[in-house]
Write a protein that binds this ligand. Sequence first.
Ligand code: SF4
Length: 240
Amino acid sequence: MSLVHPGGLLHIELPLSPSTVEEIAEWRQPVPLHLVLSEPRDYPLLYRCTALLDHCPVRVAIPLIAGFARAVRLAASLDLPVKLDLVPPPPQLIDELVDVLDLYLHRSTVAQPIEPFHSSLLAFFHQEPLTLWSIQEEDPALFRVVAENGDERLPGRLASERSSPGSGDFLDVWRGGLLAEQGECASCPHFDYCGGYFKWPDRSFSCIGVRTLFDRLSLAAAELRHDLAAFSSEGVEDSR
Ligand code: SF4
């Protein structure tokens, strides 16, 4: 399968498992790969994939299954960009998500993006709304998945929806509905950066846990802006 957007092909998606790893390790095309590690406990397979970085961009997709943080840590230590396959997380996975966020924010050895945290942090830093729907490549106005036989479907969690690919008003309708019903999203300070992502497909999902992730990202971005401003003013003082 491939993920495409108006600019063209973004990547080819391949499942990474014990039965596919040897074939993947032989990949030599200069086409970006998105390796889906659907069983995070198979994370030692990532060692076999590092040589791919000599030939093409590689990103590892890791689902939120208990123990996923170990896979993220190894991918990060191998300089492999990571994309967490987000779903509304059960409460028992919030601590693991916080661990991964702390790894991304505070571990100086992490040189590659861990999404969605990387793009969300930049959005908070620049105070430019960018929702998880875009970061997670699930905005149906921008992204679509193309199968080998040419069939197209909506991206990510919308895959089973019947709307035609490219349905441009899906997110406007979704967000408008959430605001109109005056539920948790209507009073959420992070709506511009989330877009009601965690209320899909279950609007009754409680966001207490995931809001702490946004709180941390927002705080980290504010600290970065403060540090940058202090650094700039020190530079001005020094130059006088
Ligand atoms: S309440 Fe939840 S789904 Fe709604 S914007 Fe906030 S974090 Fe996102």
